[in-house]
Design a binder for this molecule. Structure first.
Ligand code: ADP
Length: 424
């Protein structure tokens, strides 16, 4: 119990010397009791807050060291303090003013100060709040949203953005994995095709070499006296050497193309003459194997700007394929047609009545090393490079090579080349 009779308020005006206050303005104090001393302990000054009859009372006290019997205590006039604190939140950051309102609330959650005059809210539900301090227990600084629906919208937006991000991330993971698996699969196929290619080429080299060696040894031994037989053996040696040359040319040209080193000697030439010369050079080989070989060529010359050897190689590859994949029906037609639509171009067709290409493989046969009829099941040797080269050469000339199934049965391979305007 305090013996302050009566309790008075000391109104402290800034700049005014406290000694000028009249005696009535100070509380009259008597000696403190033991309980109070226990509360303040050894400290020389401080504040003490207590709730009496549900009302907050804040005392500021001072205990001079030299006079241990006295403690000076003053009670804060809370209504006056609230009045002075009213403008304390006016200096809130302008950028924040657009979004939030800061309020100071007293111990009964009543408004003391607010950063935006006139703002009303349910003061008990701030988005965040903190206690002012020990000196003013239960007083709070609380933050409210100026437009709570904006936060909801932002949360929706954020949720949508996150959802989309996660969706995109998952999609890229799925697509990435699929691409990796596809690439792995492609690499595996390519590795297998390369191994097949090495064994195919070795086999293709070995077969003609064996014949060449066998017949040349027979001739060298002088045991073949019949001039007809000698002629036939020499023809076999020539044909097998030509086959070897073709294969080696294809492999070398393919290596050049792969490295981007293939050079073309482009000049103006008559495509009909080139096709006729190449076909006639190949005719003996076909006729010897029992083929009925027809050439349907136009009378007029068709000038193209091209590399003679490269185009001849394309025609020989197509004829050699027709020969290889013909089976028992031995009939080949080489035809040249002039077309004016969509652009003026020439078409060289090589038609056979052979095995044809299975559906679904029409484009694959132009991939490197790809063989639709593998050596094991068909017994037909090959490197899987002939059509790849033919297409690359044709494309380097602005044209293309394509496959079409032939009406009836067999294949039709078409070499298309662009032609300039007539008489250009
Ligand atoms: P290859 O050395 O195997 O003949 P190509 O690149 O010339 O290589 O041909 C690729 C594949 O296309 C061949 O393995 C064959 O399966 C198919 N092919 C090519 N020409 C014909 C044709 N005239 N008739 C049927 N299939 C063919």
């Amino acid at each position: 119990m305090r013996n302050v009779v009566p309790q008075q308020q000391a109104l402290v005006t800034p700049g005014k010397d406290p000694s000028e206050f009249s005696a009535q303005q100070y509380s009259k104090l008597s000696c403190t009791d033991a309980e109070f001393r226990q509360l303040i302990g050894d400290q020389s000054e401080g504040t003490l807050a207590r709730f009496l009859d549900n009302k907050l009372n804040v005392l500021c006290w001072y205990h001079p060291r030299r006079d241990t019997n006295f403690i000076f205590v003053a009670q804060l006039a809370l209504p006056l303090l609230k009045e002075q604190l009213k403008g304390i939140l006016d200096s809130l950051e302008p950028a924040l003013r657009e979004d939030i309102v800061v309020a100071m609330l007293d111990e009964s959650a009543r408004l003391v100060a607010v950063s935006r005059p006139g703002f009303a809210a349910n003061w008990k539900h701030p988005i965040v709040s903190t206690e002012v301090g020990e000196a003013l227990p239960h007083w709070e600084l609380a933050v409210y949203l100026l437009d709570p629906s904006r936060l909801t919208r932002s949360v929706h937006m954020l949720r949508l953005t996150f959802g989309l991000l996660i969706g995109v991330l998952l999609l890229s993971i799925v697509i990435g994995s699929w691409l990796i698996v596809k690439d792995f699969d492609r690499q595996l196929t390519l590795a297998r095709q390369k191994t097949d290619f090495v064994s195919n080429v070795s086999h293709e080299l070995k077969t003609p070499l064996t014949s060449i060696r066998m017949f040349s040894e027979l001739l060298a031994a002088g045991r073949v006296t019949d001039p007809e037989k000698r002629k036939s053996y020499l023809e076999i040696i020539t044909a097998e050497s030509a086959r070897l040359t073709r294969l080696i040319n294809n492999v070398l040209d393919f290596a050049h193309l792969e490295r981007g080193e293939k050079k073309y000697e482009m000049r103006k030439l008559d495509f009909v003459t080139l096709a006729r010369d190449t076909a006639e050079a190949y005719r003996p080989q076909l006729e010897k194997s029992g083929f009925d070989f027809k050439c349907e060529l136009p009378e007029q010359a068709l000038d193209v700007h091209a590399d003679r050897d490269a185009l001849a190689q394309v025609i020989v590859n197509l004829l050699s394929n027709a020969e290889k994949y013909s089976g028992s029906q031995r009939e080949i037609i080489l035809r040249i047609e002039l077309h004016n639509s969509p652009l003026r171009h020439v078409e060289l067709q090589v038609l056979d009545r052979g095995l044809g290409v299975a559906a679904g493989c029409e484009e694959k046969i132009f991939e490197k090393f790809y063989r639709a009829h593998d050596s094991l099941s068909s017994g037909i040797q090959g490197s899987g490079l002939g059509l790849t080269l033919a297409r690359q050469i044709a494309r380097a000339h602005g044209g293309d090579v394509a496959y079409l199934p032939r009406e009836g049965s067999g294949s039709c391979f078409i070499l298309r080349l662009p032609l300039g305007p007539p008489n250009a």
